[in-house]
Design a protein around this ligand. Sequence first.
Ligand code: ZN
Length: 492
Amino acid sequence: MKKNLPVPFFVALFLVLCFSGNVKAAAFQDVAANSWYAPAVTYCYEQGYMNGMTATTFAPEVAMSRSMLMTVLYRNAGAPAVSAENPFFDVVADTWYTDAVLWGVENGLVTGYEDGSFRPDRDVSRQELMVFLYRFLSYQDKVPEGDGDAALYHSFDDVSAVGSWAAKAVIFCTSCGLINGSDGYLLPLDSSTRAQIATVLQRFDGYLAGNTCQITATAGDHGKISPAGTATLVDGASVTYRFLPDSGYMVNEVKVDGISLGYAVRQSVAINGANHTISVTFKKKSGDPNSGYAQLVNRSYPIVNAASYVPNDLTAVSYVYPGKGNQSMRSAAAAAMNRMIADFKKAYPGYPLYTQSGYRSYATQQYLYQNQISKQGGNTYKAGTISAVPGTSEHQLGLAMDVTTNGTLLQSFGSTVQGKWIAAHCHEYGYILRYPAEKQTVTGIIYEPWHFRYVGVDVATEMKQLKVTTLEEYYDLYLSSANLNPYLPYLK
Ligand SMILES: [Zn+2]
């Protein structure tokens, strides 16, 4: 062993090689018997793919490096003899991982970086992991026929973050259930922990061994399930299905093995070695989101002919904060807003709650936007997340109202009695809290606990039932699978 190797080399060596064979997997103090990864850790330990980090610990949360992953795959392949020349300036001869990397080069698993490096100590990102698995399958001639399930792939919310070089492998790994994502996200740039990789390796062996189980998915008329039809999945996996109603329909009910899961549009199902049947029924939706009060307006979908658009039924609203002039909304929205504030005041006498800013003309928007650009030192993007770009504000629709307790619009409003009550009850009046804190990447707008959008009681109630909190996602529900997500600006 060379004496002048960098410290990370020894750390990595320590993780992979030390304490091999000294301990039973069950004895790892940091792998609780009931943890989700315990079976996979035991499996990979017993197969000789992975060892402990110390005599008594496995370090399930530690990220895995590229050299460690190649070593694990090399062991999985039976550690055959290698003869390839070493093309990498940063892979030293005769290290614990040299043969694994050269085996990878010899068999097309490893290509390295353009500068001639392999970067052995770098964490494996999730998309790199999928590429390595895909190439490993090609090496074993086990890549299945077909193109995989592109619709499932596109249903992940962060699919735009996947590198084009990795897309094919990611489609494959998600299609066959090796990687399921996390709550609808692929997280392609995240590193992978040792526990995650142990789990994937166990699934992978199951896949290679043909240890699969069947899920039969059925959809009624007016909708599709992605992945469609019968899917072959690895035992022990979970899979995310997404339900895609045709235009004009919504999900009515989802059942797994006859048990109702209600409205959920995106559903994860655990696969435990048996056949499971997912069935979905659809129903005609209650309102057309493309017209009327639920019209989607955002940065990608400005108001048509915005410079001249003025609603034809603007009506003054009550409870305007002193000094804020006359505020108006379209008549249905104004009546509902007045009722909502009156009902709050009945429930909480003495608590102040006012309307502050309703309909805004195109000219006013231009003025506010230019002001914000100056405030943000000329940064038009940042200005646009605070003040809408002219023509993209719901306030011009006459369907949005900013409410206040004291004449200010602050995010702390969301944790006041008033803010909590109106957020909880607004759907009863046909309103939604339009820019939720956890959906800033979807709306492109900061958390605005004061901004309420009238969509009508039918749509607001439906969104509540579906647990869909933004109009962008609501629109997404009504698209056919052939036309996934064009309304979502963050997917472009
Ligand atoms: Zn507003």
